[in-house]
Design a protein around this ligand. Structure first.
Ligand SMILES: Nc1nc2c(ncn2[C@@H]2O[C@H](COP(=O)(O)OP(=O)(O)OP(=O)(O)O)[C@@H](O)[C@H]2O)c(=O)[nH]1
Ligand SMILES: [Zn+2]
Length: 354
């Protein structure tokens, strides 16, 4: 089957085969329903009661990119999503450690293209930030520098970005000439799934169009029948590209908040992580601690001040975000227990009246 159906999914799907379920991939997710592509066609499906009962939150419900097991007998008006197969990765909004507070923006993503324009000097701090976020998902980040034709010195920009994108491929593109599009295709062929993140105006749509080629309008639109003879057109958010591979492009991803977790930050700053192993204290904050290997590297010039500042800033933001999530959850718990104790009081009051 198309859309990245690989051996892994076939193996995971095995338990559902005997129940007569169909494998499919979610190509668009709306409130309460999902558009699912199967080997046969594209159908609008809703989560089954069984799936809803088992779900602990939005995290367990179908999101764009998910592989699902579909119950679709001919006598059923609307096919049911019976199960969501275990994800390899997920781009989420909210704190990944807190399932009740998380929304999945894209699932089973292999590559995150971090799109950044170089019409002006690249914003290295922004790239570090977006890389933290990308690493968080579990997918592999690739930095894509756009608008090379407008850059005074694309080579220099490339080098500077490589210095902060450690262990990450950096590709320079120019939409006018098509330079750099080939390498992007190479990253996603073999049925890999990619998403694009980056600021407004960075050149994401332009890249998507370049990857989709000629028939992009037709590639994006699905005509759906509502069963009463009426037809509507909706946009696919997961799109197979002609050269192989899959792109996920959703409005939610574009509006993605920009705080990674501390894990993502650690992956985006492997140089600082490496140095930290040699700090005297295991929980060294690299601020003013004695025996800090990170501060030593700063002193010797091996580590730029800007980069350490950026690391500290992102870490603080991640901690604040995590604390906020904790506070919100505590408030939620309190409200819940208040409601429960109110209910309990009411129950006892009634008992007492008997
Ligand atoms: N000269 C030049 N212009 C480009 C290039 N890539 C994109 N642009 C232009 O940059 C502008 C913004 O590009 P988009 O692709 O719309 O940017 P986007 O990231 O999709 O923006 P949002 O939809 O707001 O998130 C458009 O006017 C593009 O034509 C390039 O390689 N060279
Ligand atoms: Zn230290």
């Amino acid at each position: 089957m198309q859309l990245g159906y690989a051996a892994r999914w076939e193996a995971l799907f095995n338990e559902h085969v005997s129940r007569g379920l169909l494998p499919g991939r979610v190509i668009r997710s709306d409130r309460g329903s999902a558009l699912v592509a199967t080997a046969r066609d594209e159908v609008r499906a809703t989560p089954s009661t069984r799936l809803l009962k088992r779900a602990t939150g939005a995290l367990d419900l179908p999101a764009v990119g998910d592989w699902v097991a579909l119950l679709a007998p001919d006598d059923l008006d609307i096919p049911l999503v019976e199960a969501v197969l275990d994800r390899t990765s997920a781009i989420v909004r909210g704190d990944p450690g807190r399932s009740s507070d998380v929304q999945v923006l894209a699932a089973n993503v292999d590559i995150v293209f971090v799109i950044h324009p170089i019409a002006e000097a690249p914003n290295l701090r922004r790239i570090e930030r977006e890389l933290s976020l990308a690493w968080d998902s579990g997918a592999r980040p690739v930095v894509v520098l756009t608008k090379a034709d407008l850059s005074a010195d694309a080579e220099a920009a490339h080098r500077r970005v490589q210095e902060v994108a450690l262990g990450v491929d950096v590709v320079v593109t120019n939409a006018l000439t098509g330079e750099g599009i080939g390498p992007l295709v190479d990253f996603i062929e073999d049925d890999r799934t990619a998403v694009l993140i980056g600021a407004s105006g960075a050149g994401k749509s332009t890249l998507v169009n370049a990857l989709l080629g000629q028939d992009r309008q037709a590639t994006r639109e699905v005509r759906m029948s509502d069963g009463r003879g009426r037809h509507t057109t909706v946009a696919r958010e997961l799109i197979a590209i002609p050269s192989g591979g899959v792109l996920i492009d959703t409005p939610g991803l574009r509006a993605l908040g920009l705080t990674g977790s501390e894990d993502g930050i650690a992956s985006a700053f492997p140089d600082i992580e490496q140095l930290a192993h040699s700090c005297r204290f295991r929980d060294c904050g690299h601020v003013d601690e004695p025996g800090c290997a990170v501060l030593d590297a700063l002193e010797s010039g091996a580590l730029p001040q800007d980069r350490l500042d950026s690391f500290h800033k992102l870490t603080r933001e991640a901690q604040v975000a995590a604390a906020k999530t904790d506070a919100r959850l505590r408030a939620q718990e309190e409200r819940k227990s208040k409601t429960i104790s109110k209910a309990a009081k009411e129950y006892h009051r009634r008992l007492g009246r008997r």
